[in-house]
Each structure stands twice: as structure tokens, then as C-alpha cells.
Design a protein around this ligand. Structure first.
Ligand SMILES: [Fe+2]
Ligand SMILES: [Fe+2]
Length: 232
């Protein structure tokens, strides 16, 4: 009996099967692999073309994602979390703006020669421009800097306003017009994959700061200044 049991275990090992209870590490890795697999499956459905989301829905999904990041920023007191949220937001917005400016806006602009429509598209581009300026400034800042949160908050307000107008006035034009939204969505998905695989859509001018590097950069005086500002 003992010999048979050892032989079975040996056979299981050869087949890659586990012989004992799973370790916490194994369970953790399996859970992570499951999550990554689920996300990859979702991404491939949405972006790889099997069931492509239409252009308008993809843009609205992006809008919802950045609005969630704005909410998260408002809810955290942690500087490293704030910085991570700011960096994620910048990356999301850079890619989103590139998709709109390269693919979606030109298609919508071409739908109508009407001056009001053309002005609306110019305004949308100008709003992108203002947000890009704020993003460029935020890139060179750390949470301990004066007006870091204020700058991000103003940027968030500007983007929320832009999203409201886009969803109320610009995107409906795309849906009413004779646009192939599915095809546009495929082009966007392809471009998004290209941009997402680059280290940074527009080139980060500094590496992400960790809390340790923040302390090193700002020094104890900055920390003391910040805590005295907070206690006022
Ligand atoms: Fe947008
Ligand atoms: Fe936009």
C-alpha cells in the first residue's frame, strides 16, 4: 500500500499536480493569476476586437475612470497615494486626449461645416490644452509642494466641466452623424494599445517619487511646514 501511495505521488508530481496542501504563496499566486487573467480577458474583449466597444462608449468609460480617480484623490490624506493617483490620472488623460485629438475629434469635426460646431471643437481642443499645462506642472511637483492639491483640484474641476460638455454636446453629434462608431472604436483600441505599451505617453520628466525620496527631496523643514499648515 505504502509503495502504491508513493508511486501515485510520484506520478502526480510528474504530471505537475500538487501532493500536499497549498502554501499561502501558491494560493496568492493563483489568485493573482486569476485576477490578471480576468482583467486580460476583459481587456481583450474590449480592445482586441472580438467584441469591440463603440467609440462613444470607450470614451465614456475613460471619463468614468478619471472621475473615480478624482474622487479617490479627495478621499485620501496619504501623500504617496495622492501622488500615485495624480500619476495615474495624468497617464489616463494623456492617452484619452491623444485618442480624441488624433481619431475622434477630426471625425466629428468633419461632420458639419457650421461655424458653431467648428467653434465647439476648437473650444474642446483649447480645454485639452489648459489641462495639459496643469498636468505638465503637476509632473514636476510632489505632494509636499504648495498648491499641489489645489492644482490637481483645479485640473479635476476643469476636466469634469470638459466631460460634461463633451458628453452633452460633442459625443451626441457623433451618434447622430453618419459615423462608423465601431470602426472608430477599433482604431482607438489599436492606438490605445500602442500608447499604453510606451513607458509614458508624452515622456515623464522624472521618475515616480517614493515616500523615501520625497523626504530626501523636501527635508524635515518641509514636513514640519506642512504639518504646521495642517494644524492651522
Ligand atoms: Fe473625453
Ligand atoms: Fe476631450
Amino acid at each position: 500500500m505504502k509503495k502504491n501511495s508513493s508511486a501515485r505521488k510520484r506520478a502526480r508530481r510528474q504530471n505537475g499536480q500538487k501532493t500536499g496542501p497549498k502554501s499561502a504563496l501558491t494560493k496568492g499566486l493563483e489568485s493573482l493569476a486569476h485576477t490578471v487573467g480576468a482583467v486580460a480577458g476583459l481587456a481583450s474583449k474590449t480592445f482586441a476586437g472580438s467584441e469591440p466597444a463603440g467609440a462613444v462608449q470607450m470614451l465614456k468609460d475613460d471619463h468614468a475612470r478619471v472621475k473615480r480617480l478624482f474622487d479617490q484623490f479627495e478621499q485620501t490624506e496619504s501623500d504617496p497615494e495622492k501622488e500615485a493617483i495624480v500619476q495615474s490620472t495624468i497617464r489616463e488623460l494623456e492617452i484619452h486626449a491623444a485618442l480624441e485629438e488624433e481619431i475622434v475629434y477630426p471625425a466629428i469635426r468633419a461632420l458639419d461645416d457650421d461655424e458653431e460646431h467648428q467653434d465647439k471643437m476648437d473650444e474642446a481642443l483649447e480645454e485639452h490644452h489648459v489641462v495639459k499645462q496643469l498636468m505638465a506642472e503637476l509632473r514636476d511637483m510632489v505632494p509636499a509642494d504648495d498648491r499641489y492639491a489645489a492644482k490637481f483640484t483645479v485640473m479635476a474641476e476643469s476636466v469634469r466641466h470638459h466631460i460634461r460638455e463633451e458628453e452633452a454636446e460633442v459625443l451626441p453629434k457623433a451618434q447622430e452623424g453618419n459615423l462608423d462608431l465601431e470602426q472608430l472604436g477599433k482604431e482607438m483600441a489599436l492606438r490605445k494599445q500602442q500608447l499604453s505599451s510606451q513607458p509614458d505617453a508624452r515622456g515623464s520628466r522624472r521618475p515616480p517619487a517614493t515616500s523615501r525620496s520625497l523626504k530626501a527631496r523636501r527635508g524635515p523643514q518641509a514636513a514640519a511646514r506642512k504639518s504646521s499648515t495642517r494644524s492651522r
